[in-house]
Design a protein around this ligand. Structure first.
Ligand SMILES: [Zn+2]
Length: 427
């Protein structure tokens, strides 16, 4: 399954810089706004490890006068960037020189520095930085906006449709509300807005109500979950339709200790589960179909979407078992969303935005660690062929085949962002 690429495996910084120079020689130089292809992103990403850019960017952020921000934000930032430029330029040069490879022309370094700063400034056309966890910065592509479908604003014949059709349409509408329910680690509902369909008309409310449950006191683990029509205190949730924010959920951990480890031990000794375990099991049987992860986050989206991508977390070698306990709620997962904060402290108007990452919308790149690893391989041999974003079976197959901990471990230069939970050692 090795890659068929002709580029040798020991692709050093020297080679990368050389490639970059060749590429720019081949293409007509239309200046620094030139869009990057993936190979070059690999170079930029690898270069990041050679460039101590954070102190410079922090200084840059502090130097921006928020009150003086004019309407032409990009122009303003660009000017400020160039004021901060000489120092970054010097740092890039120093780090590349430290490698003993002074092969890059000052112009090329200038271009590289400009690209770094555009990304950091949040106005690069294609890429921005996000924090993956507190220290890990990840290069993220702006996602495609799903194609908008034109539809009539009004449809006066709706009441004349047969009631069965109307009911079906109300049923679909519950999903298309894209209603967000915020929770504390899937244990307690923090906020849940009134479903829009409850405010639409009597018939809509009647049918939508059937698709909701009421959670007494918002307590998902200890509160009773009952039909929405019940007149008790508690927010509403549709396990099938709502997009549920899971917060910093980490394997149902308690004080940093994930429960699955304890479960495996108890089961091996033939001991009964504790009440909290049973509560988790009970809630898990409801399942969640659409979830939202916040970033920074220890749980990577593919862990929720592809069962085999978490193989290294669910194999308990000491006991010789694979235990998926505590993951039951992901069994019917249909969509994973993330909040991508644009890595930019300069302008509050750059809003955090929410994007569906699994399954990818047509035309979007898959952001799973298999695909990311393949995109950034830069000619290094891979143990697999990059799967098609829409080929879920092939994803599962590769995740099952590749020993991710081994394959990605060790070398921070080549390590994918996913497939590991920071600060978490299981058995
Ligand atoms: Zn993928």
């Amino acid at each position: 399954m090795a890659s068929t690429s002709a580029v040798p495996a020991n692709h050093s910084l020297h080679d990368m810089m050389h490639d970059l120079m060749l590429k720019s020689d081949e293409t007509e130089d239309d200046g620094i706004s030139r869009e990057l292809d993936l190979t070059e992103v690999g170079i930029i990403r690898k270069l990041r490890w050679h460039i101590d850019r954070i102190p410079i960017l922090e200084k840059f952020r502090r130097s921006v006068d928020m009150a003086a921000m004019p309407t032409n934000r990009e122009e303003y930032l660009r000017t400020k960037l160039h004021q901060a430029y000489p120092k970054l330029h010097a740092t890039v040069l120093k780090n590349i020189s430290a490698e003993g490879q002074k092969l890059v022309s000052p112009e090329k370094i200038k271009e590289i520095a400009e690209i770094f700063l555009q990304i950091a400034g949040g106005f690069h056309k294609k890429w921005f930085w996000t924090y993956d966890d507190r220290f890990n910065i990840r290069l993220t592509k702006f996602r495609n906006t799903p194609p908008t479908v034109s539809y009539p604003e009004t449809f006066h014949l709706f009441p004349k449709l047969p009631s069965e059709l109307r009911h079906m349409i109300w049923g679909f509408a519950v999903w298309t509300q894209d209603r967000f329910v915020d929770t504390y680690r899937l244990r307690r509902i923090k906020s849940a807005p009134c479903p829009a369909l409850f405010l639409t008309c009597k018939e809509a409310k009647l049918h939508a109500t059937k698709m909701y449950k009421r959670v007494r006191n918002g307590d998902l683990l200890y509160g009773k979950i009952m039909p929405a029509s019940r007149k008790v205190r508690g927010p509403l949730i549709s396990f099938e339709n709502d997009i549920v924010m899971i917060g910093d959920w980490e394997l149902w951990n308690s004080l940093g200790k994930p429960y699955p480890k304890e479960i495996v031990k108890l089961q091996a000794m033939g001991l009964p589960l504790r009440p909290i375990h049973k509560r988790i099991e009970k809630l898990s049987t409801w399942g969640f179909h659409r979830v939202l992860l916040e970033r920074p986050h220890y749980v990577h989206p593919e862990l929720l979407f592809y069962k085999n991508s978490r193989r290294h977390l669910t194999n308990f070698t000491k006991y010789g078992v694979r235990c998926d306990w505590g993951w039951t709620w992901t069994d019917n997962m249909e969509e994973v969303w993330t909040v991508d904060g644009v890595h930019n402290y300069i302008d509050d108007s750059v809003r955090k935005y929410i994007a569906r990452v699994f399954p990818p919308v047509p035309g979007d790149d898959c952001i799973c660690s298999l695909c990311e690893r393949a995109d950034l391989a830069n000619g290094e041999p891979l143990l697999y062929q990059k799967p098609d974003p829409s080929d879920f079976e092939e994803h599962e197959r590769i995740f099952e085949t590749i020993d991710a901990g081994y394959y990605w471990g060790g070398n921070p230069m080549s390590m994918a962002q996913g497939l590991r939970l920071s600060n978490m050692q299981l058995l």
